[in-house]
Write a protein of this length. Structure first.
Length: 93
């Protein structure tokens, strides 16, 4: 797999990878990442085609999913803190 290019974005780091007969697009924030894979053929043959797919509508969906992922992670960490808090004091018999 090799890096085939980047797409500039103010919030996301977007990297396009190429391997054999597919492209992978990795979109990252500081806390999460998503990867989408596209097989060559049909509408996707080149990096230019991939750039066209990763349009404003696509990025809006990715950012919504990143927000959902952040909420899932935050709730999991809150549950962990609650569980740890319950064991804070030993039971006295």
């Amino acid at each position: 797999m090799r890096i085939a290019g980047y797409i500039d974005h103010p919030v996301l780091k977007i990297t396009i990878f190429q391997m054999d007969n597919r492209f992978s697009v990795k979109l990252e924030t500081s806390r999460h990442e998503q990867t989408y894979k596209f097989r060559k053929g049909g509408p996707i043959e080149t990096v230019v085609d991939v750039r066209k797919v990763v349009d404003e509508t696509f990025i809006t969906g990715v950012l919504a999913e990143m927000k959902r992922m952040d909420n899932v992670q935050r709730r999991a960490l809150q549950r962990l803190q609650q569980d740890e808090g319950e064991d804070e004091f030993p039971e006295i018999i």
